[in-house]
Design a protein around this ligand. Structure first.
Ligand code: NAP
Ligand code: F7E
Length: 368
């Protein structure tokens, strides 16, 4: 009989990649989706008609992490072998605007789900918790590993800290197989449009195609350890296949600034930028344009805008600053490498390439 997985947050970036991975491994996948007034399943719709997965079994259930009785019902009905708790209010800046809701979902939602699992009495079910490098916040050590003390810097980070510790507590108190994946930023063409990487690649594509004049960002100095999301979702699965429940950092071990991400994105299209000014006065201007340096754009030559040296394409607005910022993240995932055989493969430059190519193609086709 095939194994059954239950995924919360199945409609998100990670949920969609994890579903693909598990279906390919022969799992029966159950996902929890929220009722929405508009379609919210675009990241998983393609799985229904995928010829590679003809005999796949995928089921969706309405639910919400703030609704305990419904979590109980889903658990009793599905009786999953593995649970992946990916649902969250996952936007750090937004968590300053809705801290109570963020705690309800990210902190108490994790407790509700774990407690439901305990009450339903599914003793063999394994539980994966989507923990985060935001736990390290104002970093106490460089690079950050499983042993680095936490210092979260946002309502999101604090809520996830509760999630982390309740996992550890239920593991120790009730012997539940519950593990934390402490994942550093991971991105992809399916990343939500308001996270910085996707915001940059979408805007750069629109600027090159003439749909937008400039890109407005917040803190360009923030440094992140950015990896490629599908590899991290494979890591989640490995964490639950480990012989014992434990906590693992997944990261690339490389860090880059937001400014680097912007520079590399434009550079992939043959547009070189130069920076002038500091802080919220900093601006990115076109230094040179040579679309021939980007052979992948050959088919679109006629549609590329007449960008020229000196054009302003990037500016800063303090409106995007956070009340407290996480300035530097760089992870040490040697424990995951040693014990799970997991290592990030996609490097920074390649990640930028994947994302700008995908967004350019999308914008060229649809204009948005
Ligand atoms: P995402 O794209 O924002 O997806 C979040 C998912 O959670 C969506 O499916 C969303 O549903 C669902 N959700 C939100 N509130 C919910 C609620 N109250 N009840 C049920 N479902 C709810 O996030 P992601 O990037 O895939 O990240 C997955 C998880 O990993 C999150 O917990 C995130 O905090 C954590 N994480 C992410 C990263 C990263 O770099 N991506 C790194 C470390 C940890 P809708 O589609 O209906 O909104
Ligand atoms: O910001 C800076 C911003 O929103 C990255 C979530 O998946 O990863 C993600 O959280 C950096 C920050 O991701 C803009 O200030 C500048 O320093 O893309 P982000 P995040 O906050 O790192 C962690 C691991 C998670 O767990 C979270 O769920 O970029 N930045 N200008 C900007 N950020 C945004 N969003 N928009 C800007 O205009």
């Amino acid at each position: 009989m095939s194994k059954k997985a239950l995924i919360t947050g199945i409609t998100g970036q990670d949920g969609s990649y994890l579903t693909e991975i598990l279906l390919k491994k022969g799992y029966e996948v159950h996902g929890v989706i929220r009722r929405s007034s508009s379609f919210n399943t675009k990241r998983i719709d393609h799985l229904y008609n995928n010829p590679e997965l003809l005999d796949h079994k995928m089921f969706l259930h309405y639910g919400d992490l703030v609704d305990t009785s419904n979590l109980n019902r889903i658990l009793e009905k599905v009786e999953p072998d593995e649970i992946y708790n990916l649902a969250a209010q996952s936007h750090v800046k937004v968590s300053f605007e809705i801290p109570d809701y963020t705690a309800q979902v990210d902190a108490l939602g994790t407790l509700r789900f774990l407690d439901a699992l305990k009450e339903v009495g599914l003793k063999k079910t394994k539980f994966y918790q989507a923990s985060t490098s935001e736990l390290f916040g104002k970093v106490q050590e460089v690079p950050q590993s499983e042993k680095t003390p936490f210092y979260p810097r946002s309502p999101y980070g604090v809520a996830k800290l509760y999630g982390y510790w309740i996992i550890v507590n239920f593991r120790e108190a009730y012997n539940i197989f519950a593990s934390n994946g402490i994942l550093f930023n991971h991105e992809s063409p399916r990343r939500g449009e308001t996270f910085v990487t996707r915001k940059i690649t979408r805007a750069a594509a629109k600027i090159a195609l003439g749909y937008q004049d400039k890109l407005t960002l917040g803190n360009l100095d923030a440094k992140r350890d950015w990896g490629y999301a599908p590899e991290y979702c494979e890591g989640m699965w490995r964490i639950l296949q480990h012989k014992k429940a434990d906590d693992f950092v997944l990261a690339t071990g490389e860090t880059n600034t937001v400014r680097d991400f912007v520079f590399n994105t434009f550079n992939e299209m043959g547009i070189e930028l130069k920076w002038q000014g500091k802080g919220d006065k900093e601006k990115g201007f076109v230094k040179s344009v040579d679309f021939n340096k980007a052979p992948w754009l050959a088919d679109y030559k006629d549609r590329l805008t007449k960008l020229k040296k000196g054009d302003l394409v990037v500016e800063v607005s303090p409106g995007y600053y956070r009340p407290t910022e996480v300035e530097l993240l760089i992870g040490d995932s040697s424990k995951a490498e040693k014990e799970l055989g997991w290592k990030a493969k996609t490097k920074f430059e390649e990640l930028v390439q994947i994302m700008i190519k995908a967004d350019f193609t999308l914008v060229a086709k649809k204009g948005y």
